[in-house]
Write a new protein. Sequence first.
Length: 146
Amino acid sequence: MDKPILQYSSNNFFMNHVVTESPDDVATHIHDCYELFYLISGDLTYYIEVQAYKLCPNDLILTNSRELHRIVFNSKARYERKYIHFKPEYISSYQSDEYSMLSFIENRKLGILIEYQQIMSSKMGLMNFGIKLKRLPWNTPWKAQF
């Protein structure tokens, strides 16, 4: 059973922090928005389209509104995550005709993504990002590390 820690919602933005003590697999689904998913704890494989990603704590994944995804748990370990759903309209004021903040996710091959590790600010609980890209073996996508 899910235990909500924090939840916030507005017109084009939804944020959730949830803990599940004994998780069950999450069926394949799709959203009408972008999803930023941050794993705090859990033993899972995150599937996006036909790609499988074995996640570790502090991994961050961004999926677009066209990507089918699901979660398969490798054990019944405690599962804690934060996720944000947002529609393009949420960041539209930060974009222009010449620059789209979402073009990198819109233009990539479905299921092939960049994984991010997040550093949480303990004082403010804000996300702070620093990215260092590295190429994994030839048949895996890019991985970003902080």
